[in-house]
Write a protein that binds this ligand. Structure first.
Ligand code: ADE
Ligand code: ZN
Length: 353
């Protein structure tokens, strides 16, 4: 079978069915309007939008900040341990339907602790869903604690302090929220401390911010993976470095269009990132707000960019496992399964050349 001429419907099925990992999903961004309304009722929270339709109508974002304002407001319905459980369970169930076998899930504790929710409450709900998801759904998952970059480094240290008694429940830290005006260097000391603690390190950089934010996230924060990173193509030296060091980028195509990083999916640079040899992956970011979970990100992107075919599908899924923070032996097992899957599609031989 010629991998480059695979019919469109078959490519769609291949993208949906192949096993994959998701490395960039904010769990608060998986709160669907239905769940927001159900939790608001359960917790007697009054929402600024009287109906789900009106809430959905507000999802007309013009940039990252216009999204974050609504995203933080939506997270306000989360109050009890079971709310955090229900949100995470809903995501894991959805992930299973997309053949996600592993997810590294971001959470924003400061959004909740600032409202008086104890760290223990939120981490317990997230962790309980993850354990149950592993057992009952067969979806593996782990947590990455994100610092909000619009707040101070002192605040980041404070939440790290609160989190440390639960150190075994998360594998790493990240940096998210409003990028412009909040450069990586603001968090150099707290990332150094996390590194000493043996936490894995990631950071959003180059989503709205410049290529320099990516270089600084690597040099100053020692980030092992860059979330988004799509502005790297503005700096050829940075591209050469990302390729040489095979630093993974967790790219989120539907998010980038909704937040106007690119005007249309057909303008997205993911095919160019792959062609340059960058270790890019596909992810959903905030699927309840951006119009789709992981498979929708894959299928819409491949439909919009005809240069992407089965070869890139394999490459993206393989990199998603390779770039994950699990033991090498577990990665190898997942990649073996992926190879078997492609062999069954009679595609592996040509692809892997
Ligand atoms: N928090 C949730 N989604 C985000 C994004 N796309 N960029 C920065 N911070 C976020
Ligand atoms: Zn993100």
């Amino acid at each position: 079978m010629n991998l480059d001429r695979i019919p469109h419907e078959e490519l769609h099925a291949l993208l949906c069915r192949m096993p994959k990992a998701e490395l960039h999903i904010h769990i608060e961004g998986s709160l669907e309007p239905e769940l927001i309304f159900a939790l608001a009722k359960r917790n007697r929270v009054i929402l600024p939008y009287p109906t789900m339709e009106e809430l959905r109508a507000a999802y007309a974002f013009t940039d990252l900040q216009s999204f974050l304002d609504i995203y933080y407001a939506g997270a306000g319905v989360l109050q009890k341990e079971e709310d955090f459980f229900d949100m995470t369970w809903a995501y894991l169930d959805r992930a299973k339907a997309d053949n996600v076998v592993h997810a590294e899930i971001f959470f924003d504790p400061q959004t909740h602790t600032a409202r008086g929710i104890p760290f223990e409450t939120l981490i317990s709900g997230l962790d309980r869903a993850i354990r149950r998801g592993r057992e009952e759904l067969g979806v593996n998952a782990s947590l990455i604690l994100c610092f909000l970059r619009h707040l101070s480094e002192e605040d980041a240290f404070a939440v790290l302090e609160e989190a440390l008694p639960f150190r075994d429940r998360f594998i790493g830290v990240g940096l998210d929220s409003s990028e412009r005006g909040n450069p990586p260097e603001k968090f150099t000391r707290v990332f150094a401390r996390c590194r000493e603690l043996g936490l894995r390190l990631v950071a959003h950089a180059g989503e709205e911010g410049s290529a320099e934010y990516i270089s600084h996230a690597l040099d100053l924060l020692k980030a092992e993976r860059i979330d988004h990173g799509v502005h790297c193509l503005d700096d050829p030296q940075l591209v050469a470095r990302l390729v040489r060091q095979q630093i993974p980028l967790t790219v989120c195509p539907l998010s980038n269009v909704k937040l106007r990083v690119f005007p249309h999916l057909s303008d997205h640079n993911i095919a160019r990132l792959l062609a340059a040899g960058i270790a890019a992956t596909v992810n959903s970011d905030d699927p309840a707000y951006f119009g789709g979970y992981l498979n929708s990100n894959y299928t819409a992107t491949f439909a919009a960019l005809p240069e992407l075919g089965a070869k890139e599908a394999y490459q993206l899924a393989r990199t998603s496992f390779q770039a994950s923070f699990v033991d090498e032996s577990i990665k190898a097992g997942w990649i073996r399964k992926l190879d078997e899957f492609f062999t069954n599609y009679r595609m592996t031989t040509k692809y892997k050349q």
